[in-house]
Design a binder for this molecule. Sequence first.
Ligand SMILES: *Cc1c(COP(=O)(O)O)cnc(C)c1O
Ligand SMILES: [Zn+2]
Length: 404
Amino acid sequence: MPESFITHLECSNCGETFEHTDPMRTCTSCEKVLFARYDLDKASSSKAQLRDRDPNMWRYREVMPVKDEANIITLGEGMTPIIDAQRLGKEVGSPGLLLKDEGVCPTGSFKARGLSAAVSKAKELGLMKLTMPSAGNAAGAMSAYAAAGGLEANVFMPKDAPSANQVECLAYGANLTLVDGFINDAGRISGEAAVERGLFDVSTLKEPYRAEGKKTMGYEIAEQLGWKLPDVIVYPTGGGTGIVGMWKAFDEMERMGWIGSERPRMVVVQAEGCAPLVTAYNAGKRHADLFPNPHTIAAGMRVPVAIGDYLVLDAVRESGGIALTVTDDEMVQGVSDLSCYEGMFAAPEGGALVAALRKMLNDGTVSKDERVLLLVTGSGLKYLDVLTPALAALRQKSPTVRSS
Ligand SMILES: *Cc1c(COP(=O)(O)O)cnc(C)c1O
Ligand SMILES: [Zn+2]
């Protein structure tokens, strides 16, 4: 029977350690991000057993945080396909182009990974009432996993949040509160509710386990590509949990002897209207300033301040990657490209990656014989509010309507 070899939590900044059996959010000394740590010597032999395991992210059970299998809440998330994008690759001039399609995850985005891990671990710790401020896919994923595990979900959303995200929370039976304000207002109200009603806040990187779910993308990329990582991974970055998680996964795999020391160059893509990490990268800084007046159609990237900024920027710099922005119009063009060349109707966050790749191929940051993987984080079906008019405008005509 596979088991988790989690040993403790460790602060990614000051190194202080904590018990993983206690409910924890950030480091109590310095308030930075906590990482789950494992006995990797014991976990290392599990590589040979992977071929017999179910095709979901819990196949990496030994390096996942849940101790008792009965607490795992899974909807089959993970082990998403990596597509050999020949038509799009030819169009943009990157013949080895790969797409990892996270749009097929439960709830339509890779937020399923993080919330499967975090909600499962919360259940294991007896934290049965969860809360989250979110305007997007995280809220739906939390609500789905809470429903499947019998936990209570409370969601605080700005009242102009996309209708898909509101409806899915309602469908999953979450307590949805629409806040007349911005995401930071929703965050404040969620925080107050947490104190008053004893709710556990599962905001990303403010608890240790969502990153553990997202790190499985790193494990999968290695496993699916025969333990040889691509040259470049391009990632649409909001809070940066995915990039932090994958970088951690690569480190764990190297320590277990599953891969060597080579790393992909990690590329952060943000929206021109909300680019705190790109700004900090260009300024040579390790911490980002609050990005004023954030706006973009890509709700997953509308994150004006990220607690894990230093972890994202460290990964980008250590890997020799870069950080760059694209406009909303370029994202829509990218959505169109993924759809028309590869049959993949992606979220604007995914479209952003195509635009970024075109720029990097143009200016020589990436060469045509490098193997590039675009991490397409969600499905376009969650974004009909914004994509319906945007794609119609791009095609310069609405769908033809005929009388019957
Ligand atoms: C949340 C989200 C992102 C950003 O993810 P982070 O790991 O927080 O940077 C990107 N794409 C989509 C579709 C998302 O929902
Ligand atoms: Zn600390």
